[in-house]
Design a protein around this ligand. Structure first.
Ligand SMILES: C[S@@+](CC[C@H](N)C(=O)[O-])C[C@H]1O[C@@H](n2cnc3c(N)ncnc32)[C@H](O)[C@@H]1O
Length: 351
């Protein structure tokens, strides 16, 4: 914005730092709100130590307080016109200012610091699956806040729906070849142990993270699955976007699935990857893929409270558009949503 003035008979224009000044006001407002939030959390922390306090009441109050803090963060984003730099800087500062108290939650601390070196690691996912707070004192209630968020619920529903979709696929014919892309802990695989043994299917599960593969190896051994039935492979899934490489390294597949991973891939790359996976399907085969639907969860938890911005905020329209740009027959697509709503599954069948 500019203001004009007359100087020696000529109009001069001077830039007014409106755009710069206003964020400063909004930043100050957010800082004040953040200080209040921290103070109120400290009060709650003291209440946790009192004998006979009402746990459910405290949980509800912490949820209300944190929801209202996040609403202030959303307002701030709008006030600064979603300026990416200003928002990112404010998010970093918010996390610094709240760290002493919020890091009492193991889950919040983990999803701020990512000890495996990458976001969405198998161990964090396992915590969501187990749905059991690990912290004490106020950390316990903050863990529960995270674990009851719509997306955490969606992720739990996702693993159950995946397991059942796979069970259905395995029942259609014996000895199928199955490829799991970015397998993480392989929870659905060991839960399907009896069905895998009965069907004679061969799973190949790939992930980049050694620790995820070791965890899965242990669980699969417990479930009595041999490497003949489930092979774990350290592999960079990005390589699969090249069909020639993929077919050489894995051969044609009856079922290819991936959950949680595609949300991290940009559209153009995802389209190439899906095209390659579709080519890798044997006739009668299917791809099972899941996506998070941003219209059904609050991304601000992941961008402000914790540092989990790697997965992209897509809507159902975005998935439709991505699938439209893939070389897939429309008739091949089937869509279904998990009960809690925040995750959508697509099954892509090859005639
Ligand atoms: C969100 S987790 C999902 C894991 C699992 N599918 C599940 O639903 O529990 C994403 C997984 O992708 C793995 N990953 C990330 N980038 C990868 C890559 N380029 N190649 C293979 N695995 C990758 C991570 O190690 C992590 O285990």
């Amino acid at each position: 914005m500019q203001k004009t003035a007359i100087y020696r008979g000529e109009e001069i224009k001077e830039a007014i730092p409106v755009v710069r000044e206003m964020p400063e006001n909004y930043i100050a407002e957010l800082e004040m709100r953040t200080e209040q939030y921290v103070q109120q959390l400290r009060d709650f922390e003291s209440r946790c130590l009192l004998p006979g306090f009402d746990q459910e009441q405290l949980q509800a109050e912490i949820a209300l307080l944190t929801d209202s803090m996040l609403e202030a963060c959303v307002r701030f984003e709008q006030q600064v016109n979603n300026d990416a730099f200003i928002v990112k800087t404010a998010q970093v500062e918010f996390r610094e200012k709240t760290n002493a108290i919020l890091s009492r939650s193991y889950l919040i601390n983990r999803t701020r610091t990512w000890p495996q070196g990458h976001q969405g690691d198998y161990n964090t996912l396992e915590m969501a699956y187990k749905n059991s707070p690990l912290s004490e004192g106020i950390g316990y209630y903050l863990d529960r806040y995270m674990l009851t968020a719509p997306l955490a619920e969606g992720v739990r529903d996702r693993i159950v729906m995946l397991r059942e979709l796979l069970r259905g696929a395995l029942s259609t014919k014996p000895k199928q070849k199955v490829l799991d892309v970015a397998c993480g802990s392989c929870r659905e695989v060991f839960e399907l142990a009896p069905a895998i043994k009965a069907s004679g299917a061969k799973f190949v599960c790939v992930d980049l993270d050694d620790d995820a593969l070791n965890f899965a190896l242990d669980r699969l051994a417990h479930a009595g699955l041999t490497t003949e039935q489930v092979e774990l492979r350290k592999y960079n899934a990005l390589r699969i976007f090249d069909f020639e490489t993929a077919v050489m390294e894995f051969g044609m597949q009856d079922v290819i699935y991936s959950v949680g991973y595609f949300d991290y891939l940009p559209d153009d790359f995802l389209i190439k990857l899906l095209n390659s996976l579709y080519k890798l399907l044997a006739p009668g085969g299917k791809i099972i893929a899941s996506f998070k639907d941003v219209n059904r969860y609050r991304p601000h938890i992941y961008h402000w409270l914790v540092n989990w911005d790697g997965f992209l905020q897509r809507t159902e329209d975005d998935f439709e558009r991505i699938l439209h740009y893939c070389d897939l027959p429309d008739s091949a697509l089937k869509m279904e949503r998990v009960d809690s709503g925040s995750v959508i599954f697509y099954t892509i069948a090859k005639p």
